[in-house]
Design a protein around this ligand. Sequence first.
Ligand SMILES: [Fe+2]
Length: 303
Amino acid sequence: MQRRNLLILGGAAAAVGLGKAALSSINTAPAPNLNDSSRAIAPANRNPLLLRFVATADSGSSNENQAAVAAAMTRYYQRSPYKLAVLAGDNIYDNGDIGKVNSAFERPYQTLLKNGVIFRACLGNHDIRSVNGDPQVQYPGFNMPGRYYTFRDKAVQFFVLDTNVNVDWSVQQPWLEKELSRSNATWKIVYGHHPIYSSGVYGNTQGFIENLSPLFKKYGVQLYINGHEHSYERTRPINGTTYLITGNGGAYLRPVGRSPWTEYSVSRYGFTAFEVFRDRIKIQAIATDHQVFDQGIIPLKTA
Ligand SMILES: [Fe+2]
């Protein structure tokens, strides 16, 4: 009982930090329900939580595996409230049919949506099979201003890519470089559907290693999040960037191996939670049985 109280209290106190750092471009969500005891604790915290968010990918299977992951995301929310969920592609199987958005999105995450959690999607390879994904871009629940876009919560800026094969990189790449170069955010996080470094079925994407990773290094991107591989993998920093695969969100699992730069990899259903502080990002991979099966820290590098 005591432990449970502590967990709830900790979650509520952290929510104060989350509220202070309300997503600047996401202003429709109601603030988490705070109580007086949480307000009393917050001022003593000298390293407050700036942002808590979760990420899932390869989720839109409308099956019991997605439901189990969604239930774990919901239980995590109830203990540790968050306002943002990254949806890293393959949002609706098999063919990105927006007609299935209820079973692939609205129903599994209904409690989160009801509580005002904002999902921000990118397009996966399955998503562009119907009208090139345009209906998903226009679907309000995915909060996509375009096929690629950026949004910011004070110290944290996200850069969302369309990594599909039909993308015109002669447009998207300069856009990314321009946005990265003019960002003064402490934390820069990029996400897209496809892997860059991966020990899964598809492996590394050489073109992205050659063309995207150098931008990440040049502009100090600390984290890249993706799916496509139906597994989980976290790398140690590669030229300053941690590569995090969380394609364990609902579609059938595939095997994953290890590479010299792998910190942890496993083929197991779950989602990933991130807590951003001024000096670090704490990463937790959480399974459908609510167990934390991987945990890591990205420390802020002060040049
Ligand atoms: Fe995919």
